[in-house]
Design a protein around this ligand. Structure first.
Ligand code: ADP
Length: 261
């Protein structure tokens, strides 16, 4: 399995660029959608051009959707951070995840019972889960297993110095693993870039993982992916534990903490 770390400087440059474009685009779309709507009001119900204007408006709305995802990637999105428990967010979201995965994918959920609190926005965390799980489902067209794990993790100096971009400290780890088709090295290099997709036209936007990346960075977290063709994929996300919320780590967790990849 290949472990890959992101080149954060490159991603930051792409983020700034994408954010700038998204911002200007959004303004233009407001004009297009506004006039399309005015035209719709002006046209009679049975006007032959009505359908075309409706299509302009609908396409404009879709474009607005894309730009708002891009803005999320470039961290300009508003967020309401609160102190929360990641397990609660996952549990609340489970019914939705189950219906999304369907019958032929089994779900294995392992939530740490003493998980440290983090400071984040529940809606953003749901967005992360949704994007990772939609991809996992697509990677397992013939069924498979999806595993979601939460865990307290103490990242030591050694891990931090061995892994570019990592820093030592206490983190809450979210792992989302699938047994799907996996990715080759070339794909892995680009997955977090906006608009990168290996799916066909109209099937993928290439914004799912760039959105996840943007949210993780906004939360001052770290993200790693482990994947190889036909060997499944694991996304590991680390969220910083909220300062000043000391909690005893159970002895049985200690061992797992040593096993940090
Ligand atoms: P999209 O899903 O619209 O293509 P994403 O940014 O979510 O955009 O994903 C980018 C690409 O990363 C996908 O096109 C796919 O090739 C790859 N990918 C993402 N998640 C997985 C996964 N769990 N298993 C295999 N490939 C994946």
């Amino acid at each position: 399995l290949q472990q890959q770390l992101l080149q954060s400087q490159k991603m930051e440059a792409i983020g700034r660029l994408a954010g700038g474009i998204a911002h200007d685009f959004n303004n233009l779309l407001t004009v297009i959608n506004g006039y399309a709507q005015l035209l719709l009001y002006a046209l009679k119900e049975d006007d032959v051009h009505r359908k075309k204007v409706e299509q302009i408006f609908q396409a404009g709305e879709k474009a607005k959707n894309l730009t708002s995802q891009l803005l999320a990637f470039s961290r300009k999105q508003m967020r309401q951070a609160r102190i929360l428990n990641l397990n609660d967010v996952i549990e609340n979201y489970l019914p939705m995840l189950k219906s999304l995965l369907g019958e032929n994918i089994t779900l294995d959920i392992q939530l740490a019972s003493d998980l440290w609190p983090i400071e984040s926005d529940a809606h953003q965390l749901e967005q992360i889960l949704l994007n990772l799980i939609v991809n996992a489902k697509q990677a397992m067209p013939d069924g498979g297993k999806l595993t979601i794990i939460t865990q307290n993790c103490a990242i030591d100096q050694k891990f931090a110095s061995d892994n570019e971009g990592a820093r030592a400290g206490d983190f809450v780890r979210l792992s989302v693993a699938d047994t799907g088709v996996g990715m080759d090295q070339e794909t892995l290099k680009h997955i977090f870039e906006p608009f990168f997709t290996t799916r066909g036209v109209g099937e993928g936007t290439g914004l799912g993982l760039s959105t996840v990346y943007g949210i993780v960075k906004q939360n001052e977290g770290m993200i790693y992916v482990t994947s190889a063709p036909q060997s499944g994929t694991i996304f590991d996300i680390y969220f910083p534990k909220v300062e000043g919320t000391e909690q005893a780590t159970r002895p049985e967790n200690k061992e797992e903490q040593q096993n940090l990849r």
